[in-house]
Design a protein around this ligand. Structure first.
Ligand code: 7TS
Length: 415
């Protein structure tokens, strides 16, 4: 039994009642970006229609209102991840931007020639390339922890790589390809024992489950609004307050400064010292509305629904001849989020996605910006992925599974 009323939720998402290719849209690509509820669309529209103004600058009424709404969204975000204060929430563009800010502002002065940085084999490019470039600039070494069963971080190998004393350890909380949820708390504890600073990529976890930065004890957490019902172009870098206090921002100018002379500058207080220039005000306000919507449903209920859909999809997909599933199987359901990658004997992932699209079903095919994982670990040029969110129903999974039979017919597989 699902604990949320999906039919009611679906009425809040106008796009879900549209048709694509003459068929009702079946949106199974929320790991790429989520759909937006009316409350978010209205929050952004309302800002433009009734109080559009810059923040922190005016003492006039609508500027006070926009400043308050923007700051309030940070308070909501801080509460969502159990951060101490909105001051620890740096607004940026997305997860990618957040990781780059941590790499450029925090890790750049920390990493020296010969130092190690540790990531895992299941990272998105956004959590590989900033560290690769940093290592290249500094003459440091980027290590990656191997996977077990092409699904889980091999904890023995993780510990062996920690023995090299990396100064920075960055890993994803949940994989966008495998769906694997990493034991962030244990991995963070281990990394801290070896003296590392930990950055957690929460792009696929924060939208789908309760993420508590105090319990996990990560030093940084990166996530994106657009994957959790909010607008795109806004994301968060959470950092522990004492760390953020010490960091000199890499991008400087405008509102992030308290005072300037021709010789020197003094930074604004947190979190504003990291937000140079006019920020994405409407994005922040829309993000606040998205968090309110998610909290209104409840993150535990969202997680339960995700589990129910994922369990159902794994079962249905495993009944289809010729389907190869990646990531944790049904018995490890609790270690998964609702992103399921698969391959079909004799079919290219792009052909699968194209046939599904003709049925109005949106899935993603490709390397999902995790090329080292897809190409070197899974040894595939690409995989097809269906991913779920609170507005998806089992009937949609049935439609996708039925459409896979159509793929076989179109491609004459087994004919
Ligand atoms: N980290 C993970 C684990 C992700 O899944 C993504 C985006 C990112 C970082 C980057 O997030 P962004 O908001 O900066 O783009 N993942 C995907 C995906 O799986 N399909 O499209 C984007």
């Amino acid at each position: 039994m699902t604990s949320i009323d999906v039919d009611k939720i679906r009425m809040d998402f106008p796009i879900l009642s549209t048709k694509q290719n003459g068929k009702p849209l079946v949106y199974l690509d929320s790991a790429s970006t989520s759909q937006k509820p009316l409350s978010v669309i209205e929050a952004v529209g309302d800002y433009y229609r009734t109080y559009n103004s810059n923040i922190h600058r005016g003492i006039y009424k609508i500027s006070v209102k926009s400043t308050e709404a923007y700051q309030r969204s940070k308070e909501l975000a801080a509460k969502l991840i159990n951060a101490d204060s909105y001051e620890d929430m740096i607004y940026c563009r997305n997860t990618t931007d957040a990781i780059n800010i941590a790499a450029l502002s925090y890790a750049e002065p920390l990493i020296e020639k010969g130092d190690h940085i540790l990531i895992t084999e299941m990272e998105h490019h956004s959590n590989i390339v900033p560290w690769m470039m940093l290592a290249r600039r500094k003459g440091a070494i980027l290590d990656h922890s191997r996977l077990l069963d092409k699904s889980f971080v091999d904890m023995e190998d993780f510990r062996a790589k920690l023995e090299l004393k990396p100064k920075m350890v960055a890993f994803t909380h949940a994989s966008n390809v495998l769906g694997t949820i990493n034991d962030a708390k244990s991995m963070t504890k281990m990394a801290h024992e070896y003296g590392a600073t930990v950055l957690l990529d929460g792009a696929q976890s924060v939208p789908h489950m309760k993420v508590d930065v105090k319990s996990i004890d990560c030093d940084f957490l990166a996530f994106s609004s657009h994957k959790m019902l909010g607008p795109s172009g806004i994301g968060i870098l959470y950092g522990k307050g004492d760390l953020l206090e010490k960091i000199t921002p890499a991008i400087v100018g405008s509102d992030m400064i308290r005072s300037v002379t021709f010789e020197s500058a003094e930074w604004n207080e947190l979190p504003w010292k990291f937000e140079s220039g006019t920020p994405n005000i409407e994005g922040g306000i829309g993000f606040g509305a998205a968090i309110e919507y998610l909290e209104g449903i409840g993150m535990d209920s969202i997680r339960n629904h995700d589990l129910e859909l994922t369990g159902y999809a794994l079962k249905r997909l495993s009944e289809v001849d010729g389907i190869r599933l990646y990531g944790p199987g049904e018995k490890d359901l609790s270690k998964r989020v609702g992103a399921i990658s698969f391959g079909m004997e004799g079919a290219h992932p792009h052909d699968i996605a194209t046939v599904l699209d003709s049925e109005g079903i949106a899935v993603r095919a490709g390397h999902h910006c995790a090329m080292p994982l897809v190409n070197s670990v899974l040894k595939q040029p690409a995989v097809t992925r269906m991913s779920f969110y609170l507005y998806n129903k089992k009937e949609e999974i049935d439609l996708a599974v039925d459409a896979l039979e159509k793929v076989k017919k179109v491609l004459r597989i087994g004919a």
